[in-house]
Design a protein around this ligand. Structure first.
Ligand code: FAD
Length: 393
């Protein structure tokens, strides 16, 4: 077996792993990234689309902004249509001039891979059968099979589990060490990707027919979200029915129809494990927490965790200061729960409007009142915009 060693072993090349790798590289801390999938798969995976202002600042501070987000549009207004009537929320203005950026996740991932590799970074795709060993020891080990099928061993000072919800890192932590919190929002969510021109502004529509949203995915494509009855499978909705529902909910008879290129049911669930670390293994991003897409915080949490961990490792390596590592889990969990609450609050506001259950009429009124408050109270609008912009660590 081929044996090597490095300072930080990073498992997974999603937003969390790649952000961590780039931040460490900038400070000269050695790391190796092991990714299960092939490069093309990782670079094509379409998911999130917003980098909040705080994450933008992380990239600025670390000198990565030009490489990662140059040319990506800056958020201006958010359009919220209520039963077809449009209103516009100036999020950046309400947040004191802190705009987010519209950055498709696959573009960010592509740029992070390019930047890391251009800087001489060691990123290994097709790393299979990863197992973690000696987690209780001073130097944990990763054993895996490389793309050629050769078994390899990587000994590390620190391990970063950035391998998402289905990865191996979290499950390698001994039983009884983690507390798991799960929540099913009991909301049906269906997303389609379509060759339909991007909306002028990110668009959310609240209606008695259910929630719908439209976000840009580049200039010529849109990702649409549609609420559907919980427990039913919308994947058999015909294209015709999907467009009919979108036109109805968006209140736009002229919505341009294009080819639907992707369909996915989004599980509206939340998940958090505590703590986010075990000895020298640190869980980062979706490996430690899943959040619903309402509020667009999943990718932002992943990058922010990576930032907190990178700072802590750099302080430990450069100054022998281990306090950041000791605080890593608490710092990240505070933000995670804050955003989980925001995401739930946001979900209730936009989804209850289409609730047809027994107490649905009452809940619809509450949802409308919550929405109204964003426009009638500058304080409420600013609180919402503050969370959208992302709060500093
Ligand atoms: C349909 C959809 C829409 C979303 N919309 C939004 C949104 O609007 N805004 C938002 O902020 N977030 C959104 N999210 C969430 C966001 O995409 C995730 O929070 C984000 O990808 C988390 O990044 P991560 O790096 O932690 O995990 P991931 O992106 O899951 O990356 C984990 C990486 O680890 C690799 N891996 C897994 N197992 C192994 C293994 N055994 N060995 C090695 N590597 C492994 C995977 O291949 C992957 O590359 C959405 C998610 C989905 C599914």
């Amino acid at each position: 077996m081929s044996a090597e060693s490095t300072t930080v072993g990073i498992i997974g090349a999603g937003p969390a792993g790649l952000a961590l790798a780039n931040l460490l590289q900038r400070s000269g801390v050695a790391c190796v990234v092991l990714e299960l999938r092939e490069r093309a798969y990782v670079e094509e995976r379409q998911r999130a689309g917003v980098i909040d202002h705080f994450v933008g600042q992380i990239f600025e501070e670390s000198g990565l902004a030009e490489a990662l987000t140059a040319g990506m549009p800056v958020e201006t207004l958010l359009e919220i249509r209520n039963e077809g009537v449009p209103r516009f929320l100036d999020g950046p203005g309400l947040a004191g001039g802190r705009p987010s950026r519209l950055v498709p996740q696959q573009m960010l991932v592509r740029r992070m891979i390019g930047t890391f590799q251009d800087g001489g970074g060691d990123l290994r795709f097709g790393a299979r059968d990863i197992t973690l060993h000696d987690l209780d020891g001073a130097r944990p080990r990763v054993v895996y099979r490389d793309a050629d099928g050769t078994e390899r061993e990587l000994t590390c000072d620190y391990l970063a589990g950035c391998d998402g919800y289905h990865g191996v890192s979290r499950g390698s932590i001994p039983d009884g060490e983690l507390t798991t919190y799960r929540f099913d929002h009991r909301l049906g969510w269906y997303t389609v990707l379509a060759d339909s021109p991007a909306p002028r502004y990110p668009l959310m529509a609240i209606s008695r027919h259910g929630f719908a949203a439209q976000f840009a995915r580049g200039p010529h494509a849109s990702r649409f979200y549609l609420q559907h009855p919980y427990g039913e499978d919308p994947r058999n909705w015909s294209d015709e029915y999907t467009w009919e529902q979108l036109r109805l909910r968006l209140g736009d008879d002229a919505l341009p129809i294009g080819a639907i290129t992707g369909r996915e049911v989004v599980e509206m669930r939340s998940f958090v494990v505590e703590p986010m670390a075990y000895r020298k293994l640190f869980l980062v991003g979706d490996a430690a927490h899943i959040i619903t897409p309402m509020g667009a915080k999943g990718m932002n949490l992943a990058v922010t965790d990576a930032y907190v961990l990178a700072r802590a490792i750099i302080a430990a390596e450069e100054k022998g200061d281990g306090s950041g590592l000791a605080a890593y889990s608490d710092v990240c969990l505070r933000r995670t729960w804050d955003y989980q609450e925001f995401s739930r609050w946001f979900s209730e506001m936009v989804h209850e409007a289409g609730d047809h259950s027994e107490d649905g009429a009452f809940r619809r009124k509450l949802a409308q009142a919550r929405l109204e408050r964003l426009f009638s109270s500058p304080t409420a609008g600013a609180a919402f915009a503050d969370l959208m912009a992302g709060t500093p660590v």
